[in-house]
Write a protein that binds this ligand. Structure first.
Ligand SMILES: [Zn+2]
Length: 328
């Protein structure tokens, strides 16, 4: 049965959360973690709405006063904390606001819900300030923390939350949903593979702009194999898309490693790139792919925390390294 706002592949997780709430065993802090595109936000929204709803059933009722307020975009017992516009970090000031919020009584007489997203973007001062509220949250308080990469959070924050890791999704579990979004079985399956089993990401990647970007990166890599100059290939790519470019590079390296180790193409996430991979596997060595993978992951991490000021240089260095491996 389809539940309002709950993605079909999260139906079981949702049932477990509902049971906790109905049995009065809801923890005071929940960490929903999983890669971008797994649907954390949707699950969090369903949980926020149901927690604040005055007459919750299988999901929120949709028409009580709380549900109406939420639908209109404001609820006095809900506080959302995210980085300021254009910033990457959550600083201490909004967390002080959280501590104040938690010390007050819920205005609607029910739960107070605090959502911190992405939780790994709290700087150390903010995270330390949040610890106090996480330790003594008071009754009827629910913290929902969302994180793509929970390992980047302070361990003391993680350990005070009940952890709900959301893993990538089997095709069967999201097949119907993806077909509805993407139009056909082949499309759905292809983009599900490319996304690595992350249905919302699959839909994003299938959009015209993202397809064009993927096509362009693929073309640049083909040019590199044919001996093009990596710095000029880097100039053709959009530096604003550096994170997506690194993401693709990482996915392709993982494919290469799969192919290099097993020789089996059936598990590739990007089956349309097999000929490029074959070329690369012929030239490179698996340990070099692993080294490049570490490099790309580290660059993505640095970009995420705002520690890398020059995306153009990252892009150039990245393509220079790829070119060296593709032609070695
Ligand atoms: Zn309601």
């Amino acid at each position: 049965m389809a539940l309002d706002g709950v993605l079909p592949w999260h139906a079981d997780t949702w049932q477990q959360l509902v049971r906790l709430a109905d049995e009065g065993r809801m923890p005071h802090a929940i960490l929903l973690s999983g890669a971008h595109g797994v649907g954390k936000q949707q699950l969090a929204e369903a949980l926020i709405t149901r927690t604040l709803c005055a007459k919750p059933g299988a999901s929120a009722c949709g028409h009580c006063h709380s549900c109406s307020m939420l639908a209109s975009g404001y609820h006095p017992d809900l506080l959302r904390v995210s980085p300021e516009e254009g910033k990457r970090q959550i600083r201490i000031d909004p967390i002080r606001e959280v501590n104040r919020f938690v010390s007050q009584t819920a205005q609607q007489g029910g739960y107070r819900v605090i959502v911190v997203s992405p939780a790994e973007s709290m700087n150390v001062a903010a995270a330390n300030a949040l610890l106090k509220s996480l330790e003594e949250p008071g009754a009827n308080t629910l913290f929902i923390l969302l994180a793509d990469v929970p390992s980047r959070m302070l361990p003391t924050i993680r350990s005070r939350c009940q952890q709900w890791p959301l893993s990538s999704v089997a095709f069967e579990a999201c097949r119907g949903w993806l077909i509805e979004k993407l139009g056909g079985q082949d499309e759905a399956h292809f983009w599900w593979r490319v996304s690595g089993g992350l249905p919302l990401l699959a839909v994003e990647l299938a959009s015209p702009d993202e397809r064009a970007l993927r096509h362009q990166i693929h073309d640049s890599f083909e040019q590199l194999v044919r001996g093009a100059e990596p710095v000029s290939e880097a100039a053709r790519l959009d530096r604003q898309a550096i994170d997506a470019i690194l993401w693709y590079g990482i996915a392709w390296l993982e494919d290469l490693i799969r192919l290099g180790i097993s020789g089996d193409a059936s598990a590739l996430h990007n089956p349309d790139l097999e000929s490029l991979y074959r070329q690369a596997v012929k030239n490179g060595r698996v340990q070099d792919w692993f080294r490049l993978l570490d490099y790309a992951r580290e660059q993505r991490r640095l970009l995420a925390v705002g520690a890398n000021p020059n995306p153009q240089l990252v892009l150039e260095a990245w393509l220079v390294r790829w070119a060296a491996l593709l032609r070695s």
